[in-house]
Design a binder for this molecule. Structure first.
Ligand code: GLN
Length: 238
């Protein structure tokens, strides 16, 4: 009897954890409003609205998984998740590991700092302490371009914001729309008027997952053409 219970428990454990044919597992990092964030204990956002449309089109039940941003690619390549929708920017390095869909948003990287910051131009970033999200494009950008800067790599943007408020960091580099949301909730911070670089968001799948990628691209194109992505963006930035 004990063995039977144990066996039943193991079966439940295995089936409960693995993907089955009827679910579509989306992986994201849900500290990135308006793209993915918690509202009443539920993950919502522009990317989640897109994920729901993809699941609907594929006739699958949507499962949203929240992980650290730097684990997302591994989630795809180990088969634990089907698609990443995480405001993920297309980069040449990532393209070596995963496949990107067509782009669904254009973003730019901005500097967030205390209102009385002395950062006035890009070169002021040298010798500064800069907080970023671990594994983000800002992380690589600072590593490659500001060898004399001190880098703090946080898992969550909220922790990076705390670094600035607590004066552990001089600034934070991140995507514009999420930065706007962050500043809305932290009035002591502002976005500096300094150009860094632009980037483009796409959905991501494991390398060679061509069929799924084609299906995603069809849905994304429809959502772009019908103005739905704009609508989702307006809804989540109100
Ligand atoms: N767009 C940035 C990147 O791809 C940050 C994304 C995020 O933190 N969710 O690196």
């Amino acid at each position: 009897m004990k063995k039977l219970i144990l066996l039943l428990f193991l079966v439940l454990l295995v089936t409960g954890c693995s993907k089955d044919g009827n679910t579509l597992v989306i992986v994201t990092e849900a500290g990135f409003a308006p793209y993915e964030y918690y509202e009443n204990n539920k993950i919502v956002g522009i990317d989640i609205d897109i994920a729901e449309e993809i699941a609907k089109r594929l006739d699958k039940e949507l499962v949203v998984k929240d992980v650290a941003f730097d684990s997302i690619i591994n989630e795809l390549n180990s088969g634990k998740a089907d698609i990443a929708l995480a405001g993920m920017s297309i980069t040449a390095e990532r393209q070596e590991e995963v496949d990107f869909s067509i782009e669904y948003a254009v973003s730019k990287q901005v500097i967030v700092a205390l209102k009385d910051t002395n950062i006035k131009k890009v070169s002021d970033l040298n010798n500064k302490t800069i907080s970023v999200q671990l594994g983000s494009v800002a992380d690589s950008y600072v590593t490659e371009n500001f060898k004399n800067a001190k880098l703090i790599q946080q898992k969550k943007f909220l922790s990076a914001a705390e670094d600035i408020k607590g004066k552990k960091a001089d600034c934070l580099i991140m995507d514009e729309l999420p930065a706007t949301e962050l500043v809305k909730n932290n009035p002591e911070l502002k976005i500096l008027n300094i150009e860094l670089f632009t980037d483009k968001y796409a959905a991501v799948v494991a390398k060679g997952n061509t069929k799924l990628l084609e299906q995603i691209n069809e849905v994304l194109q429809d959502l772009i053409d019908s103005g739905k992505i704009n609508e989702f963006t307006i809804n989540h930035t109100k």
